[in-house]
Design a protein around this ligand. Structure first.
Ligand code: ADP
Ligand code: MG
Length: 408
């Protein structure tokens, strides 16, 4: 059996017309002889009647603290509705389709409601239906605990569902269909001349995704990478070839480096970040104090980023929405942190950065020529990050895209 997993995002299933285009992708795959598993997201975006954010705002209007278990039950509905509508669409066109919830599809998760992790996939039920010639539709973004509770996988969770199924079913490929024609050198909403990347490694995309390129969820990339299942990011609305994510160049064979010809792959951005600066003073137990600060953040479930430990202070960033919670914790510990809210993280990513001198210098030069203030910076062998004021974010992304000649 040649299995193909196709995932369709919210914008791809939003209208009847778009669902017809989904059906033609399904039809092409079936005609090519594939057994097909389709993962769907909820229909549309915030404000649309069946979008997950719409459900959430409905309950938040009544009471802001629905228990996490019930929140997950609510949040799992959008994908089920979307799946049922797609079953009708496909059935009306003569395909035999069957819908599974995440749990019915064999996706077993831990008990972290809202951010559950898949611990294993039991693909038996899907395989049984594929063997009968059915197109299997799976509600994305959700799973079930060992004891039968419905969980959701966090933002971008449908991508993760698709990858987990692709790996468990030993699929030939995982196709992520969306509203752009592939992974681009920057978010096309910000950079007009962003270019489609035709082939990239899992590592490059993982980094880009972690740094904010929301076209695919980084966890989905990691899962596909574990078994080297090719990922393809394509448009539902065109026949463009899209982006192939793999470790092996299709023309050059196993072990060939597909990135040798470029230093920088892309620019990504993450808005809504707050920088905190905690002055600890040059005290004898400074390290212990630093440790206490980060432990307190971890205990409160606040994830920290951009950490810089300095002789008399620690500097780090958090998401804007948890800033007041973090500040309260620090104040209770006796600190009065310096707060710079409304920041954005802008990153350049590329496997070629390591070993090429002057990339950081070029970055700093380009930003300072454009009068962008760098609040903080850090680097690794594949990524250089800068923290900027949110007003400068778009300029910073555009300038870096231009500086490293990533455009068309
Ligand atoms: P879906 O609903 O299909 O999951 P998403 O909104 O999650 O779609 O992802 C697609 C969007 O990601 C695009 O419309 C685009 O604006 C945005 N995006 C951000 N960075 C990139 C990038 N580097 N390449 C392509 N798209 C990007
Ligand atoms: Mg998405």
């Amino acid at each position: 059996m040649r299995i193909l997993v196709q995932k369709f995002g919210g914008t791809s299933v939003a209208t009847a017309e778009r669902r017809t285009q989904v059906a033609s992708k399904v039809s092409e795959a079936v005609q090519s002889g594939y057994s097909l598993v389709i993962v769907v997201s909820a229909i549309g975006r915030s404000g649309d009647p069946y979008a997950t954010d719409t459900f959430l705002s409905m309950v938040k209007e009544i009471c802001s603290d629905l228990p996490k278990r019930e929140l997950d039950l609510l949040m799992s509905c959008g994908e089920v509705i979307s799946g049922a509508i797609l079953v009708s669409t496909l059935n009306s066109l003569g395909f035999e389709a069957i819908l599974f919830t995440g749990g019915q599809a064999g996706i077993v998760t831990d008990k972290e409601f809202g951010e559950a992790r898949i611990i294993r996939v039991e693909p038996g039920a899907i395989l049984e239906q594929l063997a009968k010639g059915k197109v299997v539709i799976v509600a994305g973004f959700q799973g079930m605990t060992e004891d039968g509770q419905i969980t959701t996988l966090g933002r971008g969770g449908s991508d993760t569902t698709a990858s987990a199924l692709g790996v468990a079913l030993e699929a030939e490929a995982i196709d992520i269909y969306t509203d752009v024609e592939g992974i681009m050198t920057a978010d096309p909403r910000i950079v007009e001349d962003a270019r489609i990347l035709d082939i990239v490694t899992y590592n490059e995309i993982c980094q880009l995704a972690y740094q904010g390129a929301k076209v695919i969820h980084p966890r989905a990339v990691e899962i596909a990478m574990q078994r080297n299942v090719p990922l393809r990011i394509k448009s539902t609305f065109s026949d463009a070839p899209g982006t192939l994510v793999t470790n092996m160049h299709p023309d050059r064979g196993v072990g060939t480096d597909i990135t040798t010809d470029r230093i920088i792959t892309g620019v990504a951005h993450t808005p809504n970040v707050t920088q905190l600066r905690v002055v600890t003073g040059d005290i004898p137990d400074k390290l212990l104090t630093d440790k206490r600060i980060f432990k307190a953040m971890a205990l409160a479930d606040i994830s920290v980023d951009f950490i810089s430990v300095q002789p008399e202070a620690v500097l780090y960033t958090i998401r804007d929405e948890v800033a007041s919670k973090a500040v309260k914790i620090l104040q209770n510990m006796g600190f009065e942190p310096g707060i710079v809210s409304g920041c954005a993280k802008v990153s350049i990513v590329g496997a070629g950065i390591a070993g090429v001198p002057g990339v950081m210098a070029d970055m700093v030069e380009a930003l300072s020529d454009a009068a962008v203030t760098i609040l903080q910076s850090a680097d690794s062998h594949t990524t250089i990050w800068v923290l900027v004021h949110k007003e400068d974010m778009v300029t910073a992304v555009q300038i870096l895209h231009q500086k490293f000649q990533l455009g068309i």
